[in-house]
Design a protein around this ligand. Sequence first.
Ligand code: UD1
Length: 364
Amino acid sequence: MNLKVLSIVGARPQLVKLAPIAAALAAQGHRHVIVHTGQHYDADLSDVFFSGLGIPDPDVHLGVGSGSHGVQTGAVMSALDPILERERPDWVLVYGDTNSTLAGAVSAVKLHLPVAHLEAGLRSFNRRMPEEHNRVLTDHAADLLLAPTEEAMRHLAAEGLAERSVRTGDVMVDVCLRVRDSVLADPAAPALPDGIDSEQPYLVATLHRAENTDDAARLGSLVDSLADLPVPVALLAHPRLVARAETHGIKLDRGAVRVGRPLPYAAMVAAVLGSRGVITDSGGLQKEAFLLERPCTTLRTETEWPETLAGGWNELVPHPGELGAARWTATATRPAPEAPRGTPYGDGRAAEAVAAILAERARG
Ligand code: UD1
């Protein structure tokens, strides 16, 4: 059966997941309509992913931009109605846990269009996170839940959603391993912020979550901890971090920290591969570090990707300032563990499985 699938994306991590899905839908002969909500609009967070990952240009751009949760989510919903009415796809596919995900799911459900949620079943159990609201609400609205891991399947079953759930593996593995292989086949010095020598040990850091950036004292203490490390830290700064640091009067570029712009996907993979380790609050980067065999230190109290914690590949450090300098340094600069990592996120062919399941489960 040839399908018409309509993907709703808008934020950087969704574009990474869109790349293998777009390729798999095309390979299986399905029609694919891409709607970009415009949640992310800086070229660093959007355009470079389309060009770098070979994603077809969006068919529709809603141009909603930034705003409070209600404003942003509502703007996506009101702009989507006429598009969904016009396209009437066999599936509306929403990705991950952003405001664009929730808006897409709610709009489609209200128009009686079947909704599939890619990356379903992740839970932090932290109800203060906007992402947790978005993913729980989206899972309960959607008709088909495409879960990346066994753990995600367990969460969905615990919420009474087992019948709608299918384990597909994680499409981020597809893209990460493909890009890793092309980076390794054609090695070049990674694009790092000025002042970081790629021949010497360095760490890659990112920080963008609301719970880490929005409170001045919290952000100040996290940046202090990065600045105090004895190894140079390439802080690839999301615009949210830059904006909040400026509002709070916090200087990012100090001590060990050198600030750079967010990197395109292949450049990020190259930067991680060249690094001694990663410090982050990003879900995607925790997993990329794991897949690329670099130790990760996560500046959060919990992770939606607990498989990365096995064997010490990822460590949660919610309050580095409270650890004491010696323990913080030892954790952040620890060598890669020797423990085997297994393949909890699948074998790199998840997007193919997603396309096949969409065809199998379409209402017809
Ligand atoms: C969003 C997602 C988050 C995801 C992240 C990936 C929600 C609630 N959050 O967070 O789950 O991990 O994307 O990057 O959907 N800004 C710009 N240019 C842009 C986009 C944003 O300058 O292109 C700045 C603006 O100051 C804006 C702020 O970043 O107010 C936050 O942007 P927003 O889209 O609300 O959330 P993110 O923090 O990017």
